[in-house]
Design a protein around this ligand. Structure first.
Ligand code: NAD
Ligand code: LMR
Length: 328
């Protein structure tokens, strides 16, 4: 039997947590031969801890053979001790009247504290996925507060936008999501856009199969506003689809993407003129538990303009949190 991997899920009693934990227990994330020591982090208040206990009871009642142990705590230093994978979900979701960036003030401190805790006690090569919004900038905060850990390993979730784009393009082109390759997304915020310049559908260029009008006036706004549309329709922000995307992200990072592109927001290495260190969505290929940014792609003016808008948005957020980090 393989050695158990220690996996942290924060916000374990929240909506996404409730969709995520059971799929992790079932082996969807790390494979059906990988035992897990599951660590659940919740806020230190009576209601959150009570909810967390309820979720733990249900996990127990699933009798998942892969769950070697389940620990629920409100102490990040206990939770992150020797952790090898962390899904940072716990944070406030937005309501219908908010943009994702409005969550910065509400959530930044969570990632300061968790970054510090990971820096002290986590496995030195912990893989971190930030889901809590605004996720690109929260991943940046956690990385900055964990200077002794591998900076490459602080990532944020673009996969939900990627999956949303896949389905929209598949439906429009009468194809299946499995036939679509090589699309990328750069930021999980209002200025985000799915880049289709290199995308293919059943081997044909995606842009030959759709009109520019549909791409610019239908696809981009649909994907960019999908989170709001779900909040309007459900009264709550996306949960099961977000949990699914988190599973996809970690699955590919750990087990490989088989030569396919996956979109992850990672610390920029300066590629494509994206300022070094900005947590930016990039096409990556995952292999042997690591990822490599896909390099050398030609960018057209449309992509350059949209990338520039996202750089500006993320740099504004970064300037705000740099002040918070400096005081931390
Ligand atoms: P939720 O309110 O249902 O659950 C959040 C949970 O986090 C709550 O149980 C809360 O008690 C807990 N929490 C808060 N602070 C914590 C802390 N310091 N430590 C541990 N737990 C803490 O919210 P949700 O719907 O699960 O969404 C969580 C976050 O994910 C939100 O910020 C939301 O905007 C974001 N989100 C991101 C994406 C994405 O694609 N990146 C998609 C969907 C949602
Ligand atoms: C989403 O895209 O569904 C999430 O980021 C939730 C939100 O606030 O839009």
């Amino acid at each position: 039997m393989k050695k158990p991997v220690k996996v942290v899920v924060t916000g374990a009693a929240g909506q996404i947590g409730y969709s995520l934990l059971f799929r992790i227990g079932a082996g969807d994330m790390l494979g059906t031969d990988q035992p897990i020591d599951l660590m659940m982090l919740e806020r230190n208040n009576e209601q959150s801890l009570k909810n967390s206990r309820g979720v733990q009871m249900e996990l127990d009642d699933c009798a998942f053979p892969l769950l070697n142990s389940i620990t629920a705590t409100s102490d990040p230093y206990v939770c992150f001790k020797d952790a090898e994978i962390a899904l940072l979900v716990g944070s406030r979701p937005r309501t219908a009247d908010m943009q994702r960036a409005d969550l910065l003030a509400a959530n930044a401190q969570i990632f300061v504290e968790q970054g510090k805790a990971m820096n002290e006690v986590a496995d030195r090569n912990i893989k971190v996925l930030v889901v809590g919004n605004p996720c690109n900038t929260n991943a940046y905060i956690a990385r900055r507060c964990a200077p002794d850990l591998n900076p490459r390993n602080f990532t944020a979730m673009m996969r939900l936008d990627e999956n949303r784009t896949l389905t929209q393009v598949a439906q429009k082109t009468n194809s299946t999501v499995a036939q679509i390759s090589q699309l990328a997304v750069c930021n999980h915020g209002g200025t985000m856009f799915p880049a289709l310049t290199n995308a293919t559908v059943a081997g044909k260029p995606a842009l030959d199969l759709i009109t520019e009008d549909w791409y610019v006036n239908e696809l981009i706004p649909t994907v960019a506003k999908r989170g709001s549309a779900i909040i309007q329709a459900r009264g709550h922000s996306s949960a099961a689809s977000a949990a699914n995307a988190a599973i996809d992200h970690i699955h590919d990072w750990v087990l490989g993407s088989n030569g396919e592109w996956a979109t992850m927001a990672v610390p920029s290495d300066g590629s494509y003129g994206i300022p070094e260190g900005l947590t930016f969505g990039m096409p990556v290929i995952c292999k042997d538990g690591d990822y490599e940014i896909v390099k050398g792609l030609e960018l057209n003016q449309f992509q350059k303009d949209h990338i520039a808008a996202n750089i500006r948005a993320l740099e504004e957020e970064r300037a705000i949190v740099d002040e918070i980090i400096a005081k931390a």
